[in-house]
Design a protein around this ligand. Structure first.
Ligand code: ZN
Length: 308
């Protein structure tokens, strides 16, 4: 089995603070590919990585902050139908449902409505291309799923739960701490060649240790709080960065406690030199640490693992 992780985009958002693409990752398993998050630029990044929509199987959304889903509509429209080597068979988009903890949360879109409203917004283009270019109906190909998550505070909230399985991968998720966003999810992919865990956005939390236990690769977010502190941002914004994200030292601690084979830092919030991120994560984790850049590839070949 051939499995490769591609960090398509590694930047936090929604600000553009440098050359890196918005947060998005792909896992390529025997030529078929799966996506985790759809940040700004992911469609181009997928194409430049040599991936084509015809091989797309499923996308997983960690949470509904815009920097994680802004290009989901573009990705679907750019990877659909024969004319663009796109998918012509059903694909899945799997992510959080509505946030019942928000006042008026029932009126705010979860993943299913994010997809359905997006396709509705582009209905003119889709209708034209179905009739003018003999493409299959896009809406009927995209199966969107609002995940049923364990209730906050319940014993199950601290445990991984099943979200997807086919003959190549088994995917589980766990609730992570990214207040005030609920639910916020991390995903673990198991393949015959090894396991890869994606933190999504999260504070340093025990759930990440639980989900990442013994994984071959942990793709974890990190924030440089000093960057924001020096910019004169509002206290509310600085507080969000502090309580909802993880320092590189914290990501290293999670990697060490979980005993993962490799730590890949992605979704880097706030700018810093690569060595800044690397040295801080390495101060708490003795294994290999990568400060991922957009388009970087990692071959998953448990137990031997190396950047491709
Ligand atoms: Zn977020």
């Amino acid at each position: 089995m051939s499995v490769e992780l591609i960090t398509l985009g590694t930047a936090a958002g929604p600000a553009i603070r440098g050359p890196e693409g918005g947060i998005s990752s792909a896992l390529v398993v025997d030529g078929a590919f799966y996506m985790v998050d759809f940040g700004l630029g992911c469609s181009r990044a997928v194409n430049e990585a040599g991936l084509r929509g015809k091989d797309f199987v499923a996308g997983f959304v960690t949470h509904l902050h815009s920097d994680h889903v802004v290009e989901l509509p573009g990705f679907l429209l750019w990877n659909w139908g024969h004319p663009v080597e796109g998918f012509t068979r059903p694909v899945s988009i799997i992510g959080p449902g509505k946030d019942g903890t928000r006042p008026g949360g029932g009126g705010l879109s979860g993943t299913t409505e994010l997809v359905s409203h997006s396709l509705k917004a582009f209905s003119y283009d889709i209708d034209i291309r179905v009739h003018d270019e003999a493409r299959p109906d896009l809406a009927s190909l995209v199966g969107a799923v609002d995940l049923e998550c364990p209730a906050d505070g319940s014993p199950d909230a601290a445990r991984p739960f099943d979200v997807y399985e086919d003959d190549r991968v088994k995917v589980t998720a766990i609730l992570v701490e990214h207040p005030p966003v609920r639910p916020a999810l991390a995903f673990r992919f198991e393949t015959d060649a090894g396991s890869v865990v994606f933190s999504g956005d999260t504070a340093e939390c025990p759930a990440m240790v639980t989900l990442a236990k013994g994984a071959d690769v942990l793709v974890h977010e990190a924030v440089n709080l000093d960057f924001y502190a020096g910019k004169g941002f509002a206290p509310e914004f600085l507080n969000h960065q502090r309580i909802a994200h993880t320092s590189p030292e914290g990501a290293g601690r999670i990697a060490a406690e979980a005993g993962v084979g490799r730590l890949v830092l992605s979704h880097l919030a706030g700018r810093a030199e690569p060595t800044w991120w690397h040295d801080r994560a390495s101060s708490t984790f003795s294994g290999p640490v990568d400060v991922a850049v957009s388009g970087q590839r990692f071959r998953i070949d448990s137990p031997v693992l190396s950047p491709a």
